[in-house]
Design a protein around this ligand. Structure first.
Ligand code: ZN
Length: 203
């Protein structure tokens, strides 16, 4: 007998869960896993993603293993509040591409009693905290950091190293554009790129 379950319906307090990590770390798979479990529990689930991420499909959250859940692409985090009335669990994918207003939106939802599950890249390709992710990690009730495997040495990867020369912060891509690396292999890759660049300019 559990003392705090007094009625037939279990009490579900609002909360914010963040699943963060580099590319290929399984963030979206973990988001989908949690959302599916909520669906099995007959909770109303809604999923949002930034309209910018159209790599695979406009209307679905699709992970790298093609495990899809229908989702709504949005231009602004403010729209999440309007579309989340009457919802038990809100999933947000690729949260790093949303505006900073997402932090307040998640807080408001959780305060209303909604379970909010946010997945996103914690760092950009240079290792800098990405968009609203650091603030979301700070206000979250629970943070899970997932890891890819370093393609050079097999250790746990720490960030997604960009393989193509492009200084833009947002460059949507897959295995042709990015590789997961551990801290040590990343330092080495950056040093080698620098050396190659210097040799090129001195020729
Ligand atoms: Zn490594």
């Amino acid at each position: 007998m559990i003392a705090y379950q007094t009625s037939g319906e279990a009490h579900r307090p609002g909360r914010i869960e963040v699943v963060c990590g580099s590319m290929f770390s399984g963030k979206t798979e973990e988001l989908i896993r949690r959302l599916r479990r909520a669906q099995f529990a007959r909770q109303k689930v809604e999923i949002f993603k930034p309209a910018i991420d159209t790599r695979y499909s406009d209307e679905e959250v699709v992970s790298h293993d093609h495990n899809a859940i229908p989702s709504t692409p949005l231009d602004s985090s403010a729209s999440i509040l309007l579309l989340s009335s009457d919802i038990d669990v809100v999933g947000i994918d690729e949260a790093q591409f949303f505006d900073e207003g997402l932090v307040d939106v998640c807080n408001q939802l959780a305060n209303r009693g909604v379970r909010v599950i946010v997945a996103g890249l914690d760092m950009d390709f240079r290792g800098a905290p990405f968009g609203p992710m650091p603030a979301l990690c700070a206000i979250a009730d629970d943070v899970t950091k997932v890891h890819a495997i370093c393609v050079k040495c097999g250790s746990l990867a720490y960030l997604s190293h960009r393989l193509v020369q492009n200084e833009k912060r947002v460059l949507l891509g897959e295995t042709q554009e990015y590789e997961p690396l551990c801290r040590e292999c990343y330092q080495r890759a950056v040093a080698e790129e620098k050396k190659a660049k210097n040799e090129k300019t001195s020729q």
